[in-house]
Design a protein around this ligand. Structure first.
Ligand SMILES: Nc1ncnc2c1ncn2[C@@H]1O[C@H](COP(=O)(O)OP(=O)(O)OP(=O)(O)O)[C@@H](O)[C@H]1O
Length: 608
C-alpha cells in the first residue's frame, strides 16, 4: 500500500473527528442541562432555565444577523411579538392545535423578517438600525392600540399550551423542550456558520462589493440572516406565550429589543458561543435584579456601554484569546498535511462555452456619468490563455470598464459575451460564478479575516453545498502556496504589509478558478522588487491557462508581461496590439503626451 493511500483515510478520520467534535459538546451540555432539569422540582429554578433557553434562541438568531451579517436590528421585540401573537390568535380564535400553532409561529415571524430585510438593500449601519427601530415602534403601537385583535394591555388569555398525553406541559417539560430546541439550534447554526455560509456573512459585513465580486449573493444572504433571526425570535416568543398561556403588549417593548441585542454584544458577536455566554450572564443578571426592577434599565445600559467600549468581542472573545492561539498552531500542522495533498489544480473551472467563441467579447458598450463619457461604443475581443493589458491616461475609463465587466456598475447600452454566452446585466456575484474574478484599485480585502479565510471566500461559488469545505481548504492552501502566501495563512489579512495584502487579494480572486482574471492597477503602491515579483506571478497565472486583463500604469510591467495591449482614451479604443506595436503607435504617444511620466515609461522594462 502506498504512502498516499495510507494518508487519505487518516485525513478523512481527522475530519470525521472534527465533525464529531462540533456536535459532541452541545449534546453533552444538553444532556447535563436535561439531567439538571429532571432533578429540579423548584419552579423558580426551572423558570430560570426556561428563560435562559428562550434568551439563547433569541440571541442565536440575532448573532446570525448582527454578529455575522453585521445588520444591527433594534426591532426584535416586534418579531418576538409576531411569534407570540401567532400562537395566541391561532389557538384562541381559530382553535388550531397547539403544536401546529408553535410550528406556524417561526414561519410567520420569518415572513415578517423578509419585510424588514427589504430596506437593508438600500440602507446600512445607523440608518438600518433606525429602520428596524421604527419597525419595533410600529409593532409595539399596533399590539397596544389594536385591542380588538391583540387585546392591548389586557392581552390574550387561554393560549393553548402543548400537551403530553392529553395533559398540558408542566414547567419541567417546557424546560426540556427549550433545551432540546436550543441544542438543535446550536448544532444546526454551527454547521452552517463555521463554513462557507458563516464566511459569506462575515465577508459581506466587512465589504459588500468585494463579497459580491467573490460570488456571494449579498442581498440573498442578508435576507436569510433577517429570516433566521426573525424565526428564532418568533419561536422564543411563541414558547413564552404558550408556557404562560397568556401574552400582552407589555412584553413588546424597546427594552426587549435592546436586551436581545445586548445578549449578543455582551456574549460575543460573530462567535458561535457568544449567544450562550450572553444568555447565561444576562439570565442570571435578570434573576438577580428582579428584586430591584427600577435599576434594571440602568444596569443593562451600563452593560451595553461596557460591551461596546471595552469588550468589542464580548465575553467569549476574552475567554477564547488564549485558546485561539493554541488552535492556530494546531491548524498549521493539519494544513501542512492539506498542502501535501492539495489535489485541486489551479486552472480555470470548466464553464458553458460556445465552440470557437472568444473568451470575452464586448459589443458596442457605452457608459457615461452625466457629461463624462467613459465608454463610447467599445467593441473588443479578448482571447483565452493570454495576458491582456488595458492602458490609457488618467480618467480614460479603464476602471469603469472593469466595473462594467464585473457587474459592479451597469453599462448604458451594448452587450458582453463570456465564451459566447451573453452575460450582459448579470449581477456581480453571478459574473463571479461564471468565471470572472477581480482585484480592486483600492484594496478591498476582508481585513479582519485570516488570509486563508479571504481565499476561501473567493472560492465561495465553487464550494459544493454539502461536503465541499474540506476540498475548498485544500484548494485554498494550494492557491496560497502558488502565491507564496502559505506562511501568512492564519494571519489577519489587514495586519499584513501592503505588498503582501495585494498578493492576498490576487490569491482570493484566483481561488474561484476564474477563466478571466481582472487586475485593477495591481502594481499601485508596490516597490520595484514587489512589482517584479508580481510580474512573475501574473506570468505564472497566464501559464496555467487563466486569461488576465490588467489595468496598469506601470509601463515596465505592462510592456514586460503583456501579450496584447488595448489603449483607451476618453472612452474610445485608440490602439491595440503587441507591446512593440503600442510603443511605436503615434496615436498612443500623442494620448500620453499630457502625462510626461507615463510617456517616458511607455518604453519601460519590467524591473528584475
Ligand atoms: N461613479 C461615478 N460617478 C461619476 N463619475 C464617475 C464615476 N466613476 C468614474 N467616474 C468618472 O469617469 C471617468 C473615468 O474614470 P475611471 O476611474 O474609469 O478612469 P481610469 O481610466 O480608471 O482612471 P485612473 O487611471 O486615474 O484610475 C473619470 O472622469 C471619473 O471621474
Amino acid at each position: 500500500m502506498s504512502a498516499d493511500t495510507l494518508k487519505m483515510p487518516a485525513k478523512t478520520l481527522t475530519r470525521m473527528r472534527a465533525s464529531l467534535g462540533r456536535v459532541a459538546p452541545a449534546l453533552l451540555v444538553g444532556v447535563a442541562l436535561t439531567a439538571l432539569a429532571m432533578m429540579l422540582s423548584n419552579d423558580f429554578y426551572l423558570r430560570i432555565l426556561f428563560m435562559g433557553g428562550v434568551y439563547y434562541l433569541c440571541a442565536a438568531g440575532m448573532n446570525v444577523l448582527a454578529g455575522y451579517a453585521g445588520q444591527k436590528s433594534l426591532g426584535q421585540a416586534g418579531l418576538f411579538a409576531a411569534g407570540a401573537y401567532t400562537v395566541a390568535l391561532l389557538t384562541t380564535r381559530l382553535e388550531v392545535p397547539p403544536v401546529l400553532a408553535l410550528i406556524a409561529a417561526p414561519l410567520v415571524a420569518g415572513a415578517v423578517g423578509v419585510l424588514i430585510a427589504l430596506p437593508s438593500l438600500r440602507v446600512k449601519g445607523p440608518s438600518l438600525a433606525l429602520v428596524t427601530l421604527a419597525f419595533g415602534i410600529v409593532a409595539e403601537k399596533l399590539v397596544t392600540e389594536w385591542t380588538e385583535l391583540f387585546g392591548g394591555a389586557q392581552g390574550v388569555y387561554g393560549i393553548a399550551p402543548l400537551q403530553w398525553r392529553g395533559v398540558p406541559f408542566s414547567l419541567q417539560q417546557w424546560v426540556l423542550l427549550v433545551i432540546a430546541l436550543a441544542v438543535a439550534t446550536h448544532i444546526v447554526l454551527r454547521y452552517f456558520l463555521e463554513g462557507r455560509y458563516g464566511r459569506a456573512l462575515l465577508s459581506l459585513q466587512l465589504d459588500e462589493i468585494a463579497a459580491e465580486c467573490s460570488g456571494i449573493a449579498v442581498y440573498r444572504y442578508k435576507t436569510t440572516a433577517f429570516v433566521v433571526a426573525a424565526a428564532l425570535c418568533g419561536l422564543a416568543g411563541a414558547l413564552v406565550a404558550q408556557q404562560n398561556q397568556y401574552f400582552n403588549s407589555d412584553f413588546v417593548t424597546f427594552h426587549l429589543s435592546i436586551f436581545i441585542l445586548l445578549l449578543v454584544l455582551l456574549g460575543g458577536a460573530g462567535n458561535i458561543y457568544g449567544p450562550i455566554a450572553g444568555a447565561l450572564v444576562l439570565t442570571l443578571t435578570e434573576t438577580f435584579l428582579a428584586q430591584w426592577p427600577y435599576i434594571q434599565n440602568f444596569v443593562y445600559g451600563a452593560m451595553l456601554l461596557f460591551a461596546l467600549y471595552l469588550m468589542p468581542n464580548g465575553i467569549v472573545g476574552v475567554l477564547l484569546r488564549y485558546r485561539g492561539k493554541r488552535k492556530r498552531e494546531a491548524m498549521t500542522l493539519a494544513d501542512g498535511l492539506a498542502m501535501e495533498q492539495a489535489a485541486m489544480p489551479l486552472r480555470p473551472a470548466a464553464g458553458q462555452e460556445v465552440a470557437g467563441a472568444p473568451l470575452l467579447e464586448l459589443r458596442g458598450v457605452n457608459k457615461a456619468f452625466g457629461g463624462v463619457v467613459t465608454a463610447r461604443g467599445i467593441s473588443q475581443k479578448m482571447e483565452a490563455h493570454r495576458i491582456h493589458a488595458l492602458i490609457g491616461p488618467n480618467g480614460a475609463g479603464k476602471s469603469t470598464l472593469l466595473n462594467i465587466l464585473t457587474g459592479v456598475i451597469p453599462a448604458d447600452s451594448g452587450s458582453i459575451l463570456l465564451s459566447g454566452r451573453d452575460v450582459t446585466g448579470l449581477s456581480a456575484h453571478a459574473l463571479a460564478a461564471s468565471g470572472i474574478a477581480r482585484t480592486f484599485q483600492n484594496l478591498r480585502l476582508f481585513g479582519a479575516l485570516s488570509v486563508l479565510e479571504n481565499v476561501l471566500v473567493g472560492a465561495h461559488a465553487r464550494i459544493g453545498m454539502i461536503g465541499g469545505e474540506a476540498a475548498a481548504v485544500d484548494n485554498a492552501m494550494a492557491v496560497l502556496a502558488f502565491a507564496g502566501l502559505l506562511e501568512h495563512a492564519h494571519t489577519a489579512a489587514g495586519s499584513l504589509p501592503y505588498g503582501v495584502q495585494r498578493r492576498v487579494e490576487l490569491a482570493r480572486a484566483l481561488s474561484s478558478q476564474p477563466a478571466l482574471l481582472l487586475l485593477d492597477e495591481p502594481a499601485a503602491g508596490l516597490n520595484p522588487q514587489e512589482t517584479a515579483e508580481l510580474g512573475r506571478l501574473v506570468r505564472k497565472i497566464g501559464q496555467r491557462g487563466i486569461a488576465v486583463l490588467m489595468v496598469e500604469h506601470d509601463m515596465g510591467l505592462v510592456m514586460g508581461i503583456s501579450d496584447h495591449i488595448v489603449v483607451l482614451d476618453r472612452g474610445v479604443v485608440i490602439a491595440q496590439g503587441t507591446p512593440a506595436q503600442i510603443q511605436a503607435d503615434p496615436q498612443v504617444i500623442a494620448a500620453y503626451l499630457g502625462s510626461d511620466d507615463a510617456f517616458e515609461e511607455l518604453s519601460g522594462e519590467l524591473p528584475c
